[in-house]
Design a protein around this ligand. Structure first.
Ligand code: PLP
Length: 360
């Protein structure tokens, strides 16, 4: 077995222990005589799996009873449409633009109403988080939308915006379960699980109960109404059954390893090793304003396209895979999600030191 250190932004590294457990249960889940992939989502066995997954997630995030947990499909991108279709009653909403994903969400919302960009960091290629302490949010805006961790640019809202009484909606795809959060501060927290939780195909939406409308914008398909999924316990149609099962295992892995507080410490430790080195290196530079640096996605470059390409090629050969940055940023990006072991980050920094020695 030759597993690499996988720095992919998503789908991304999963805990080895979880993968091994899935493998062990592949042919016969818990005496059922079949794989979870093969069983009816209406069976008692599967019902236990999804209920336990939800209960474990609630424990992990300390989700209050007046919030619903929905396991959906369509990726985080489908939420870009579902959110306005379900919540844009006044046909107006405020968006903070901090990268590709919030831009896409903003553009999608414009199909359904007036989306107002109340802040943006486009002027410096999204290398920072704009000041959100005093945003000019229209009084009749239905919500304020942010992308909390910007996977592509490696920035993170360290402080939630001053919403001035508006509902806060946050895309946490790439920082889901990376640290404790206060769920009560949000109307909706959602994300695709393929960054920091599980396999692609599951989107988790945590939504305050009273925000689930009976009436959506005219023409909203049944499948795109939160109500449909809430009323059916995420079982209106076939849910992404196997993916939810893997997510459930990751929740248990997190609980066993001390929960989100411990995960935050682990993530801070990993990120510090990498950022400290970037700050002292003469060859590599971080691309993000220091106070806005993400714990999950670390972007850096050498300033030379040739050297960047060489680094990506040589690091891959050394068992450090998927370090190429996104095309709009260039350079390198190390995604160091929950499941990336400390040893992986240490090995990366050791490799960077050697590369710097050999190339300066
Ligand atoms: C990857 C990503 C998305 C898009 O997710 P899909 O599940 O592919 O639609 C949206 N937002 C953020 C922050 C992401 O990292």
């Amino acid at each position: 077995m030759a597993r690499v250190y996988n720095f992919s932004a998503g789908p991304a590294v999963l805990p080895e222990e979880v993968l091994a457990s899935c493998a062990a249960e592949m042919l016969d889940y818990n005496g059922s005589g079949m794989s979870v992939m093969e069983m009816s989502h209406r069976s008692k066995v599967y019902d236990d799996i999804i209920k336990e997954a939800e209960a474990d997630l609630r424990r992990l995030m300390d989700i209050p009873d007046n919030y619903k947990v929905l396991f959906l499909q369509g990726g985080a991108s489908q939420q870009f449409a579902m959110i306005p279709m379900n919540l844009m009653k006044n046909k107006k909403a405020a968006y903070v633009i901090t990268g590709e994903w919030s831009k896409k969400a903003y553009q999608e919302a414009r199909i359904y109403g007036e989306a107002v960009a109340v802040a943006s960091s486009a002027d410096e290629n999204f290398s920072y988080i704009p000041d959100c302490s005093d945003l000019d949010i229209p009084a009749d805006a239905d919500y304020l939308y942010i992308c909390e961790n910007n996977t592509i640019y490696g920035t993170k809202h360290k402080q939630l915006p001053n919403t001035k009484g508006h509902i806060l909606i946050s895309d946490v795809s790439s920082c889901f379960l990376s640290e404790p959060v206060d769920v009560t501060k949000y109307g909706i927290i959602y994300g695709g699980v393929q960054k920091n939780i599980g396999p692609a195909g599951v989107t988790i939406v945590i939504i305050r109960e009273d925000l689930i409308p009976d009436e959506c914008l005219p023409g909203t398909p049944t499948m795109l109404k939160y109500k449909t999924h809430e009323a059916a316990g995420s079982m209106y149609n076939t849910p992404p059954a196997y993916g939810i099962y893997v997510c459930g295992k990751v929740f248990k892995w997190l609980l066993k390893n001390g929960g989100l507080k411990a995960m935050k410490e682990h993530n801070e430790k990993k990120a510090a090793i990498l950022y400290d080195y970037l700050d002292e290196s003469k060859l590599f530079k971080g691309t993000v304003r220091k106070e806005d640096r993400s714990l999950m996605n670390v972007c850096f470059n050498t300033g030379s396209k040739e050297l960047d390409d060489k680094f990506v090629k040589e690091s891959k050969a050394a068992g450090l895979d998927n370090l190429k940055g996104y095309r709009t940023v260039g350079g390198m990006r190390a995604s160091i999600y929950n499941a990336m072991p400390l040893a992986g980050v240490e090995k990366l920094v050791e490799f960077m030191r050697k590369f710097e020695e050999n190339n300066s």
